[in-house]
Ligand binder design. Structure first.
Ligand SMILES: [Zn+2]
Length: 267
C-alpha cells in the first residue's frame, strides 16, 4: 500500500514537471503572440512562425541581442514608413560629417549617425580591397530638407507618382541619419559592380536594403537598389533568418515588440 502511494506520488511529480513550462517556453509563446499581432501578411507571419519553431534558441538569442540595442539606441531600429512618421523636430544627436573621412562622396556636406558612419567606413574599406568604390550619394536629410525634396517631386510628377519614389516629410528613413544612397540612384546601379557587391555583402556590415525589388505593395516604394539602412548585425541576422530578408516585416515586428516589452517573461 505504501509502495503504491509512493509510486503514485512519483508519477504525479513527473507529470507535473513535464507539464511545467520553462521561462524560455513562456517567452517564446509571448514573442509568437507579439509576432502575430505585428501586422505581417498571413503568409509572412506563418513562415516566420515556422522558422521560429525550427530554431527556437537562435530566435531567442537574436531577439535578446536586438532588445539590448533598442534599449541603448531607440532610433537605430525605429520603424519609419508610410504609416509611421518621425517627429518633425527629430534630429540625431551624433551626426558625423563625412568630409575628410576618405569616403567617396558625391558632394560635400554629407552627414551620418556615428554607428552608421563607422560601419560605412569598414564596409568601404572592404569594397576597396576588392577594387571597388562605393560612392556615397545621399545620407542624412532633415525634416525640412525632405519637405523640399517631396514638394519638388510633387510639382514635377504629381502626388501619386512622387509618393512611389520619395517619402513625405517625417516618413523618410534618411531623417534617421542611418541611411546611405549609393552611386547613381537609378535602376542601373543594381547592375554595376558596386551595386552587385552591396547586394551580396552589405548585410555583413549591418546594412539592409529597405525597398527590395517587387515589394512595392508591401513597402509602398518602388525598388531602390541603392538605398541601404544601417540596422546592425543582430537585426540583419534576425531579418534574414526569420523574416525572409524583408526589413519592412522585421520593423513591423520590432515596433510591436518595443510596445510589448513589459509583458515578456524574463529568461
Ligand atoms: Zn534613399
Amino acid at each position: 500500500m505504501k509502495h503504491r502511494f509512493l509510486a503514485a506520488s512519483l508519477l504525479c511529480f513527473v507529470l507535473l514537471f513535464a507539464g511545467c513550462e520553462s521561462a524560455d517556453d513562456k517567452r517564446l509563446k509571448e514573442l509568437k503572440t507579439i509576432l502575430s499581432e505585428s501586422g505581417l501578411s498571413g503568409d509572412s507571419a506563418a513562415a516566420a512562425l515556422t522558422g521560429i519553431d525550427g530554431a527556437r534558441e537562435r530566435f531567442l538569442f537574436l531577439v535578446d541581442a536586438v532588445l539590448v540595442e533598442m534599449e541603448a539606441d531607440p532610433y537605430l531600429l525605429k520603424r519609419v514608413d508610410k504609416s509611421m512618421a518621425l517627429p518633425a523636430d527629430y534630429e540625431p544627436g551624433d551626426l558625423v560629417a563625412l568630409d575628410g573621412s576618405g569616403l567617396s562622396l558625391s558632394r560635400s556636406g554629407h552627414r551620418l549617425r556615428k554607428p552608421a558612419f563607422d560601419a560605412l567606413v569598414v564596409m568601404s574599406r572592404a569594397a576597396s580591397a576588392e577594387g571597388l568604390t562605393l560612392l556615397v550619394s545621399s545620407t542624412y536629410r532633415s525634416y525640412e530638407y525632405q519637405k523640399n525634396v517631396f514638394a519638388r517631386n510633387v510639382a514635377e510628377m504629381g502626388e501619386t507618382e512622387a509618393s512611389r519614389v520619395s517619402a513625405a516629410p517625417g516618413k523618410s528613413q534618411h531623417q534617421l541619419g542611418t541611411v546611405v544612397d549609393f552611386g547613381s540612384i537609378t535602376d542601373d546601379f543594381a547592375e554595376t559592380k558596386a551595386g552587385r557587391w552591396l547586394a551580396d555583402n552589405a548585410g555583413q556590415f549591418g546594412f539592409s536594403l529597405s525597398f527590395p525589388k517587387g515589394m512595392e505593395a508591401l513597402t509602398g516604394y518602388v525598388w531602390e537598389s541603392w538605398h541601404y539602412r544601417f540596422i546592425g548585425g543582430a537585426a540583419v541576422n534576425l531579418q534574414n533568418e526569420f523574416f525572409a530578408g524583408v526589413q519592412h516585416d522585421l520593423m513591423l515586428f520590432l515596433d510591436r515588440l518595443s510596445r510589448s516589452k513589459d509583458r515578456l517573461t524574463k529568461r
